[in-house]
Write a protein that binds this ligand. Structure first.
Ligand code: 4AD
Ligand code: MG
Length: 433
């Protein structure tokens, strides 16, 4: 086979030319006289056509092909308006790399979710997963681009940490040589705070771990989080930054991954509304709104998944709920000087029932108050010595947030469950494959 190797996504530039494609067969059918091969190569999908009359030998090879055979195919590119892919290939030669040793386990019929998750290593090849992973890719690029455009410095925070994090009790531990236990990070925030005092505006993007026994459609035990931290930012500045980020990311995804959203049958109208400014309501107003809607909630209660949906369905874009009671939030949040029972924080809730995508706050900058809070939350003060140190040497007000990448993917793709928003999901029931 002598023709030039082309990726399927580039076929549009080769109409009328003979090319080779290196990929796999994901579907096939035959009319007796014509074999139709559905080919994928990781960049797209295309149909190849082999007429018996034009090449008997190639036709017989196509007959032998089973689902997920790996093949190199040579053919002439033709534009085809009727094809869902826009182009077709008139095949003149096939080189079979491998015919699967066993029948491919994933077929067109409906499989249960457990079966699909057990076969995640193969399920990734299917079209829906292909499109989701493309959207995820665009989201992450857009996030990084936003920070680069806005003068932020990437600071990679550690995965292995001492006993330090968001809250006790949700930590995965590992044996760590002579030092006893180390823990998988729940958040890079505390390290980002240190970096913000060195570099001003910083961000990270990496895996995060939570040993929480939540089995909801929104929880993973390992997820990717993007965090940002800015010195001298108030809670108000922080909210502004979050809406700029989220509207930027959604805008870029619409622009660059529109075809993938379309293939996922995602109605993009609600996404097109994601423009700044985003609505903001206080926790107090949120509770009143929920009470009016019949929720059994009183001031001081946490806002759970159903309540989040109850609030977000009142708005056509993400909403920021700010100033929660300090008792239900993390130890490091700065109290409101006017009302010490609430903290200067916000959660951003996605529309369409997707719940919290961002958790944010201004941080306590007084060393004594911080120490008091660490004790109050029964956290090991010794492990936090360096974190308290930051408040001893030129302390300043500062704020930041964390955004869950898979929550964002789920919402933007409108997935039913977060497990499809990450290549290999980790939940309390699953560590394989
Ligand atoms: O609200 P969280 O717990 O906030 C923090 O960890 C802060 N330290 C972040 C910061 O201020 N730098 O988590 C942040 C976000 C949530 O809003 C949610 O989108 C996501 O991380 N998240 C999860 N995503 C999937 N599975 C889980 N178990 C998640 N827990 C949080
Ligand atoms: Mg949160």
């Amino acid at each position: 086979m002598s023709a030039k190797w082309s990726y399927i996504k580039d076929l549009k530039d080769h109409v009328g030319e003979i090319v080779t494609i290196k990929g796999w067969i994901f579907n096939k059918r035959s009319s007796g006289k014509i074999n139709f091969l559905q080919i994928r190569d990781g960049t797209g999908f295309v149909q190849g056509i082999i007429e018996k009359t034009s090449s008997e030998e190639t036709f017989v090879k196509a007959d032998k092909i089973k689902l997920e055979s790996s093949v190199i195919i040579e053919g002439k590119v033709r534009e085809d308006k009727r094809s869902p892919y826009g182009y077709e290939l008139d095949v003149n030669d096939i080189e079979i790399i491998q015919i699967p040793l066993e029948e491919y386990p994933i077929s067109k019929k409906d499989h249960g979710i457990d079966f699909l998750m057990n076969n995640r290593h193969l399920w990734l090849r299917s079209q829906k997963q292909f499109h989701i992973l493309h959207v995820r890719n665009e989201i992450i690029w857009a996030v990084r681009e936003f920070y680069r455009n806005n003068g932020f410095i990437l600071v990679d925070t550690p995965i292995l940490t001492g006993a330090i994090g968001e809250s006790a009790g949700e930590l995965f531990s590992v044996d760590y040589f002579d030092l006893g236990k180390a823990y998988l990070t729940q958040t890079g925030q505390l390290y980002l705070e240190a970096a913000a005092m060195a570099l001003g505006k910083v961000y990270n993007l990496g895996p995060t771990f939570r040993a929480e026994k939540s089995k909801t459609r929104r929880h993973l035990t390992e997820f990717w989080m993007n965090e940002a931290e800015v010195a001298y930012y108030s809670s108000n500045d922080n909210m502004h930054l979050q809406e700029e980020l989220v509207s930027y990311v959604v805008g870029r995804v619409l622009e660059r991954a529109g075809d993938h959203l379309k293939a996922l049958e995602r109605d993009v109208k609600p996404l097109e509304k994601v423009q700044t400014p985003f609505p903001r309501i206080s926790y107090d107003e949120g509770v009143k709104l929920l009470q009016k809607k019949g929720f059994d909630i009183k001031w001081g209660d946490d806002i759970g998944g159903d309540e989040e949906t109850g609030i977000s369905e009142e708005f056509d874009r993400p909403v920021m709920v700010y100033n929660y009671p300090r008792k239900i939030k993390a130890f490091y949040m700065q109290p409101d000087p006017q009302r010490p029972e609430v903290v200067l924080c916000d959660d951003m809730l996605a529309p369409e029932g997707y719940g919290e995508i961002i958790g944010a706050s201004e941080r306590i900058n007084d060393p004594d108050l911080l120490t008091e809070r660490i004790k109050e939350f029964n956290l090991p003060v010794d492990s936090y010595d360096w974190y308290i140190d930051l408040r001893k040497y030129g302390t300043v007000p500062h704020s930041g947030f964390g955004m869950g990448i898979e929550r964002l993917v789920s919402w933007i793709c409108k997935l039913e469950h977060i497990r499809e928003a990450i290549p290999f999901a980790r939940t309390i029931y699953r560590i394989h494959p």
